[in-house]
Design a protein around this ligand. Structure first.
Ligand code: SF4
Length: 207
């Protein structure tokens, strides 16, 4: 069990999957800069996170629900949670809105799984599926919240906690993803790689 002052943001898990250094710079050093991708995401979430709910037929839809888990020490917000009355019984389905399309990495899935961990604890229930709505392809994708994803999410929570609690920002490793990173100008991954190379050469000749 964690105290509220030890909670980490669910968004930190996504940042960690994208790049551990990005996670450290944002959640330890408080660095933040917008770029095209973050701005698109912000605009979409302003429309979705409205703190409202509505009931249509057998589906109650809650928007912008604040969530947390004392067991995992995480906190965040769900874009949408659907409470559905189905023939098989009551089904709870978190739905996360994304401006783009499905990603190759697991960052979005980990975010959704972390939301499920919070909802299960808060509502004392079991949730087997979650969904994404992707703006670019205008389609809803439903995914299984299986044991493999739960284990991956738990490991990532532990890795993020290590960075945040020890206040250590991992070193930069320049990669193609750096081109789309909103905090590249602060991180300066190429300069850091150059510094590492210079230090290596110095050590080589001083040995
Ligand atoms: S610029 Fe690259 S190394 Fe630096 S935080 Fe972004 S993704 Fe990570």
């Amino acid at each position: 069990m964690y105290n509220e002052e030890d909670f980490i943001m669910i968004s930190a898990l996504q940042h960690y999957v994208y790049c551990p250094r990005q996670c450290g710079l944002i959640h330890v050093e408080d660095v933040w800069q917008e770029n095209l991708f973050t701005t698109r995401g912000n605009i979409l979430h302003e429309k979705v996170d409205t703190d409202t709910y509505e009931t249509r037929g057998a589906i109650k839809t809650v928007r912008g629900l604040r969530i947390h888990s004392y067991n995992y020490g995480i906190v965040g917000r769900c874009d949408v949670v659907e409470f559905r009355e189905e023939k098989s019984g009551k089904v709870i389905l978190p739905v996360e809105f994304k401006s783009g399309e499905p990603k190759e990495d697991i960052s979005d899935k980990v975010q959704l799984c972390a939301q499920v961990l919070c909802l299960e604890e808060m509502l004392n229930t079991k949730i087997f599926k979650g969904a994404f709505f992707y703006g670019k392809i205008r389609r809803r994708n439903v995914i299984d919240i299986d044991d493999e994803l739960r284990n991956q999410t738990e490991k990532i929570i532990a890795s993020v906690r290590e960075i945040v609690s020890k206040k250590t920002v991992p070193a930069a490793e320049y990669a193609s993803k750096c081109r789309n990173c909103s905090i590249q100008s602060v991180c300066q991954p190429k300069a850091m790689n150059k510094r590492k190379l210079n230090n290596y050469i110095k050590e080589l000749y001083s040995a």
